[in-house]
Design a binder for this molecule. Structure first.
Ligand code: C2E
Ligand code: MG
Ligand code: MG
Ligand code: MG
Length: 285
């Protein structure tokens, strides 16, 4: 009886593994097709100056709406892209799309918009691709100045390949590209490497912001990150601001920028452009 039970469990386990593998395989193949056929899109979430209310720029976030699978979240397809190597074409597409979108907005507006575009860079792409070259090509092709681009890296990049990260950041700095450390506070980057690298911004992870109201520990962590950033000559952006109280509290803590549903959800390009136009005309008056 014991034996039968054991092999029964094994069967269930095998079926599960097989199902997961099949799902992975399907996801990977469909993602490859989506990249090849230009089915991915970008949405843009405003980054707000918490002290003045002005729109500083946008973070570009990839979206995939598959005809069969429906809307697949980046939390699901980015890891698949990283494991399969598809992150290289995906990341190149993301860079080009961001630069092109900025160029489109500039044309529409009649002059370069005073805003920056943030794009996420996977640590896997950093290792597998020639990122400085990809950045340089995307900017040149769209005719966009490097100073208008911000690359968001995660702390895992510092850990997985510190030398490569150092080279990459130096190359980006030479192109006047801004570098932000994404999801800061969730990784394990050591302070020495943080201090010795040309990083301009720390993005305070959403997990500290989400329930900061009434949580003294969360507030203490945010205060410490803002103070650390200040001491290292960096600025801070808080992500996941869902309520006015959070924006006010973060501004009072000296945090420079913020993003979150309270200001706006990630928007399709035309709506993002309109958001900027409406918002900047109202803050200028
Ligand atoms: P991230 O870079 O930390 O991006 C912020 C995430 O928080 C986005 O999720 C955004 O939609 C979400 N968010 C913004 N404001 C709020 C809020 O007020 N409340 C809540 N609950 N969430 C908020 P999204 O778009 O699902 O992206 C998830 C992650 O996937 C990103 O985290 C980023 O690491 C990755 N990702 C997205 N697009 C790309 C891409 O083009 N390339 C790479 N390498 N990674 C990407
Ligand atoms: Mg990001
Ligand atoms: Mg983030
Ligand atoms: Mg995050």
């Amino acid at each position: 009886v014991k034996r039968a039970k054991k092999s029964g469990t094994l069967e269930v386990y095998r079926a599960h593994v097989l199902r997961e593998a099949l799902k992975r395989f399907t996801l990977e193949n469909r993602l490859r097709e989506a990249i090849d056929c230009g089915q991915l899109t970008m949405v843009f979430q405003p980054l707000i100056n918490l002290q003045t209310g002005a729109v500083k720029g946008f973070e570009a976030l990839a979206r995939w709406n598959d005809p069969v699978l429906g809307q697949v979240s980046p939390a699901e397809f980015i890891p698949v892209a990283e494991e399969s190597g598809l992150i290289v074409p995906l990341g190149r597409w993301a860079l080009c799309e961001c630069a092109q979108t900025l160029a489109d907005w500039d044309r529409r507006f009649g002059e370069p918009l005073p805003l920056t575009m943030n794009v996420n860079l996977s640590p896997v792409q950093m290792v597998r691709d020639n990122v400085p070259r990809a950045v340089e090509e995307a900017l040149r092709y769209a005719g966009i100045d490097g100073s208008r681009l911000t690359i968001e890296l995660t702390e895992s990049a510092l850990i997985s390949d510190p030398d490569k990260t150092r080279q990459l950041l130096a190359a980006l700095q030479a192109m006047n590209v801004t570098v932000a450390m994404d999801d800061f506070g969730t990784g394990f980057s050591n302070l020495a490497s943080l201090q010795s690298l040309p990083i301009d911004l720390l993005k305070i992870d959403r997990s500290f912001v989400t329930d900061m109201i009434g949580d003294e520990d969360k507030v203490a962590i945010i205060r410490a990150i803002v103070s650390l950033a200040g001491a290292l000559g960096m600025q801070t952006t808080a992500e996941g601001i869902e309520k006015r109280e959070m924006a006010d509290a973060l501004a009072a803590l000296g945090c420079h920028y913020g993003q979150g549903y309270f200001f706006a959800r990630p928007l399709p390009p035309v709506e993002a452009y309109r958001y900027w136009v409406d918002r900047s005309s109202s803050t200028m008056i």
